[in-house]
Ligand binder design. Sequence first.
Ligand SMILES: NC(=S)c1ccno1
Length: 230
Amino acid sequence: PHMRIDVVSIFPSYFDGLTLSLLGRARETGLLDLKVHDLREWTHDRHRTVDDTPYGGGAGMVMKPEPWGDALDQLAVSSEGQPTIIFPSPAGEVFTQATARELATREHLIFGCGRYEGIDERVFEYAASLGEVRLISLGDYVLNGGEVAVMAMTEAIGRLIPGVVGNPESLVEESHEDGLLEYPSYTKPSVWRDRAVPPILLSGNHGAIADWRHEQQLKRTRARRPDLLA
Ligand SMILES: NC(=S)c1ccno1
């Protein structure tokens, strides 16, 4: 399974972090073809203008549609069939592990990072002619742009691509995989600062350990995230 990801941003160096570690190796091994593009590549004026004042007034600036239209036209052309075009936005659907799993099955993702007060709405309408458009929010808070959200989504999605994470076992027992928060983890020493590891974990009784861990998941989820049980 191979995935192509294109990211468009006016701050492409934000994504240097993705060239490291997990995703860096996935890129080297060809599992993940990630390219970051500077939106200003698709401007033609001397000042490489990407924004302008909002029609209807209001504070701040809006990203102009032209550069986005040209960028998407160029990047959407691919052999993998139509891309999924994702714009991080606080006005979008909330990103969850289920979203990550869904998007990890796609062959070509294009992430468009908005800045300023956002992107001209006609860009989202136009993009629908190029592929499936998704406005996705990391959560109900406001960032200065979409870059941080794309870093998070790319990591959450990238690590689910088979082969990217060494031991696929480690993808199963983690928070939100089974709709619950994960159980507590312990390692040596068995006693640390007078605190002992729960004895059940040293019992070797794997059935009892599995039951204890599931009980811990339920307790934690009830306490910290009752909304997940609703
Ligand atoms: N909450 C998200 S994804 C966002 C993007 C820009 N500002 O907030």
